[in-house]
Structure formats: C-alpha cells, structure tokens
Design a binder for this molecule. Structure first.
Ligand code: UFG
Length: 329
C-alpha cells in the first residue's frame, strides 16, 4: 500500500518506516522534527517537514501523494512533562489527531494505524493485562491517548474510519545493524539511561523505588523490541488493507522484568560495571505492567522475534556504541 507515516522520524516511527519498506509498501513521511531526526530516515523516500495540526496542508499531501492509509506516531510522550504542560499535550496529541482524521475524511483516506500506549490502563488490577481491562490513566499523556481512542471510535461509527490502535508496553532495542535507535532530547527511559551509564556518559543509574510489592522490590515492566512493534504495524496495516475490522491490540512480550533484572542484563551484555543508586519512587509508576498479547497473536499471527530481554539490550547497546552522541543533530 502507499502509506503516510506521521512522526516517521521518531524512535518507533523510524523503525516502522524500515519494516514497511522491507514488506514492500510505499512510504511517505510527515514529521515536524520537533523530537524526530532527519538522519533516522532512509534516503529516497518523500519527506514532508510539516506539522499535522495544519489540516489543509495535510489534506493536500494525502491527495497529492495518493495515500491509502496512515500510520500515526506524531505525538509528545513524556509522562512528567505532560503533567506540567497539559495544554501542549492536548494540543499536539488530541488536536493533532483531530486534524489528521479531518484531513483523512477530506482526502477520502479511510485506514489508520494508531500508536497508543499501556499508559491507558493506569494502575492495573490484574496481570497479564487484557485489552478489556479498565482504562484509568494516571497521567495526562495516557489520558490524551485514551481520548484519541474514543475519538477514533466515534469517527469510525459515524464516518467509516477504519483503524487499529496498538497499545505498546515498554518499547526498547534498536535496528539490529545499529544504524537507527533511541535518541530522545530528554531521555527518561530505563534501557537507554542504563546504556548511557555503561558508556560513562552518566555517573550512575538510579533505581526509582526499591519498596514495591515485587520479588526484588523494584518495578516490573514488559519490554518489547521496537522491531517486533514495527512488525505488528505492518500486520495491522495489511489487516486494514484486506478490509479488516477496527481493533485495539496490546503489544508486549508477555514477560515481566524488574528494574534490577534489566540492570543485571545490561551489565552482562555490555561487560561493563557501573554505579547503581537506590532512589525514591517516581510519581505515577505502577508496580507491575505486563501485557497479554494473545489477541494480536491469534488474530493477526504476530510473533515477536527479538523480544528476549538480552536481545533487546544487545541491539540497543550496538546502537549506543555506534552512535554514542545519538544522531548528533
Ligand atoms: N526507571 C528507573 N530509573 C530510571 C528510569 C526508569 O528505575 O532512571 C524505572 C521506572 O521507575 C520504571 C521502569 O524503570 O519502573 C521503566 O521506566 P521507563 O521510564 O523506561 O518506562 P515507563 O514504564 O515509565 O514508561 C513506558 C512508556 C510510556 C508509557 C508507560 C506506561 O515509555 O510511554 O510505559 O505504559 F506511558
């Protein structure tokens, strides 16, 4: 299919762009480069440095490029910042998506794959988390994504939009060749912070909370390789291409690892020792987040290939070693 990828220069978007090209799709990227990197894009694909909130321009591009489906990643995603600046998050994430689906209606583009998050579940009551679990986000970021899922359902019912919403658990890892990877201006995620510490760019890695009701007292998360996420997007797109129904799917490895286990794995993979500090809990962190991804496995045949924790850390390490300064832009 001929697809538009909004936020295609970002961490997850840029991996999905490559997976789409490998699967034989034609890709056009739309990104305002507010957090993305031009160097994350492969050469030779059409790229529009534009903001999705400018609806008329987006409509024009959808029509001119003869787009059949959109994969939508363009969003802000810092949980802490979202609590300080909710307006910015509602404007970019909710406002941006409203602009996108409006432009899609105007250009008669019906298919959308949406980048959602496990943050929609908030503090889950039981694990593994099914898509039918209650959704009570504990932060503004998660709330914007849940509002968008409601918006998509309403547009689907009234105007025939067809979408798949993918709720990611903890995305990590990098393209196995080490050519693209995670480079956030403000890094808050555990795996890249640990690897930056292993590289000597940070003095120590802090463990946020050691008194959780888990085996070793630290938070448990479900780490999923960014390339496995990317593959799920290709499957979701092809499902819509076949005329498939609207769906919401969790994307996780279905295995939980504690913060201490991730640090130990990183020490083994990098063969480096580094300082680890115990720090207070970070506000809003649930103790355990582990997905059930049975639904997408069964319905679309998704099979994660690289989501063993060691493989995730090895691939991320290759990227961090190759590009210690990230994209350097
Ligand atoms: N952590 C540390 N030290 C650090 C950084 C993180 O101990 O320096 C801990 C966190 O407290 C948490 C775990 O490592 O327990 C993972 O933290 P991340 O920030 O890497 O990821 P989160 O689980 O907080 O966030 C992820 C996504 C968000 C999403 C959230 C909920 O990155 O987009 O899951 O689904 F909102």
């Amino acid at each position: 299919m001929r697809v538009l990828v909004t936020g295609g220069a970002g961490y997850i978007g840029s991996h999905v762009v490559r997976a789409l090209l490998q699967a034989g799709h034609e890709v056009v990227v739309y990104d305002n480069l507010s957090t993305g990197h031009r160097q994350a894009l492969p050469g030779g694909i059409p790229f529009y440095e534009e903001d999705i909130r400018v609806t008329e321009r987006l409509t024009e591009v959808l029509l001119a490029e003869r787009i059949e489906a959109v994969l939508h990643f363009a969003a802000l995603s810092l949980v802490g910042e979202s609590m300080q600046e909710p307006q910015k998050y509602y404007d970019n994430n909710v406002g941006g998506t409203l602009s996108l689906v409006t432009a899609m209606r105007q250009a008669h583009v019906e298919n959308l794959v949406f980048s959602s998050t496990a943050a929609v579940y908030g503090e889950p009551e039981k694990w593994p988390i099914l898509e039918t679990a209650p959704t009570f986000p504990t932060n503004v970021y998660g709330r914007t994504k849940l509002v968008i899922e409601g918006l998509l359902a309403d547009f689907a019912a009234a105007y025939g939009l067809r979408y798949v919403s993918l709720r990611y658990f903890n995305a990590a890892g990098a393209w196995p060749e080490g050519t693209i990877g995670e480079d956030h201006g403000t890094e808050t995620h555990l795996v890249p912070l640990i690897l930056k510490t292993a590289l000597g760019q940070r003095k120590a890695i802090s463990i946020f909370g050691t008194d959780y009701a888990t085996a070793d007292g630290t938070c448990i998360r479900d780490y999923i390789h960014v390339c496995d996420l990317a593959q799920a997007h290709v499957l979701a797109l092809e499902h819509l291409g076949r005329g498939g129904e609207c769906r919401i799917y969790n994307l996780g490895s279905e295995q939980g690892f504690s913060v201490r286990q991730v640090i130990e794995t990183a020490k083994k993979v990098t063969q480096r020792d580094f300082a680890v500090e115990e720090a207070p809990r970070r506000a809003g962190d649930p103790a355990v987040l582990v997905a059930s991804s049975a639904k997408i496995r069964q319905e679309l045949g998704w099979q994660p290939q690289r989501s063993e924790l060691e493989t995730i850390v090895e691939d991320a390490w290759r990227w961090h070693k190759a590009q210690p300064g990230g994209y350097g832009d």
